[in-house]
Design a protein around this ligand. Structure first.
Ligand SMILES: [Zn+2]
Length: 339
């Protein structure tokens, strides 16, 4: 009796612990269980189609953007440029917009006021730095037709900008004049955008990084050369098809794998109302941009003219990335997602 009692007692406790462990292990590996569902990988792709005003993206047929939006998401007019006449007023210039996109802050904070981007204030962290500080195992990638996005704005590898934050990048092809020699009418940039899209689509499909940025430049070059024109409309259709390649990769992954992708596509500024060749000022058309997304979690804020600085907080919310309070407090935007 005594022996059995002790055996029973000795057996009972370890059995309970083992049962609990087995329960957790099984719920982790059996598809469809609650814990397994909670482990769905939240991933993000954000894309810039450079210099496309809201009225143009709305008028020109963009079947690939439409497909992304139709999946469950939405399209909204948005704005860049900060507060007119306020401290945050920011030139509607490309690198200024990219840095607002990357840091969730306006130019008075990130200190990029032109395309030279000579001295960004890296105390305002970019989204890749936020992701890596939260969890170094989060994988990151950049595909860009403009090298300065990585070397200057993200400051990848610079100690002041948080060191190396990109696990993979493809850029700098604009300097390869042997491979992309045809500079007439930005044909080289068009060819680079094509290559960037192909490579990004392949990498997204096969690697599926947790956080990645794809940047396309051609539409802005056409805008500067031709202004509002059939050529600009063509460049929008062209870039829309490139975005479609990226979306096909993500759709494939979501069908095969337990991944929850947030896709955000935007532009960095509008164009002037005179002929569409320029930008940089604070006119309504230069400030009015747009955001397209596949997200089925859109809050009212999304329909109330979100700002480019709302994209970082939205990505943080989707990926449940925690940032230091000083960085959080410095953000100028808020998430437009509510789940
Ligand atoms: Zn631009």
């Amino acid at each position: 009796m005594t022996r059995l009692f002790f055996m029973g007692q000795g057996f009972a406790k370890p059995f309970s612990d083992l049962s609990l462990r087995l329960f957790f292990i099984l719920t982790l590996i059996i598809p469809g269980t609650t814990l397994e569902a909670e482990m769905t990988a939240a991933k993000t792709l954000f894309v810039v189609m450079d210099g496309i005003p809201a009225d143009v993206i709305e008028r020109v047929a963009t079947p690939h953007l439409d497909q992304i939006i139709r999946a469950s998401g939405g399209f909204a007019r948005a704005y860049v440029g900060g507060e007119i006449g306020g401290a945050s007023e920011s030139p509607t210039i490309s690198a200024v917009g990219y840095q607002s996109l990357l840091t969730g802050t306006w130019a008075n904070k990130h200190q990029v006021f032109n395309n030279d981007a000579a001295s960004p204030d890296y105390d305002y962290w970019d989204i890749f730095r936020m992701a890596k500080a939260h969890d170094p195992s989060l994988s990151t990638a950049l595909f860009s037709t403009w090298e300065d996005n990585r070397t200057k704005l993200i400051g990848d590898g610079l100690a002041a900008a948080g060191g190396h934050k990109l696990d993979y990048y493809l850029d700098g092809l604009e300097h390869d004049t042997q491979r992309f020699p045809d500079q007439k009418a930005a044909a080289n940039i068009k060819a680079i955008d094509v290559y960037i899209a192909e490579q990004a689509a392949d990498y997204l499909l096969n690697v599926g990084p947790d956080l990645s940025w794809v940047y396309f430049q051609y539409s802005d070059d056409v805008g500067h050369q031709a202004g509002d024109s059939a050529a600009l409309d063509d460049s929008v259709r062209f870039t829309d098809a490139l975005v479609g390649q990226l979306w096909a990769s993500i759709e494939s992954r979501q069908k095969m794998l337990d991944e929850d992708w947030l896709v955000v596509i935007t532009t960095d500024h509008g164009r002037d109302a005179i002929n569409g060749k320029g930008h940089g000022g604070q006119s309504v058309r230069e400030r009015t941009t747009w955001i397209a997304t596949n997200s089925g979690c859109l809050a009212d804020r999304f329909d109330d003219t979100p700002a480019i600085v709302d994209i970082v907080p939205s990505i943080l919310a989707h990926m449940t990335i925690q940032v230091p309070s000083a960085i959080q407090q410095g953000l100028d935007g808020s998430s437009f997602l509510d789940c």
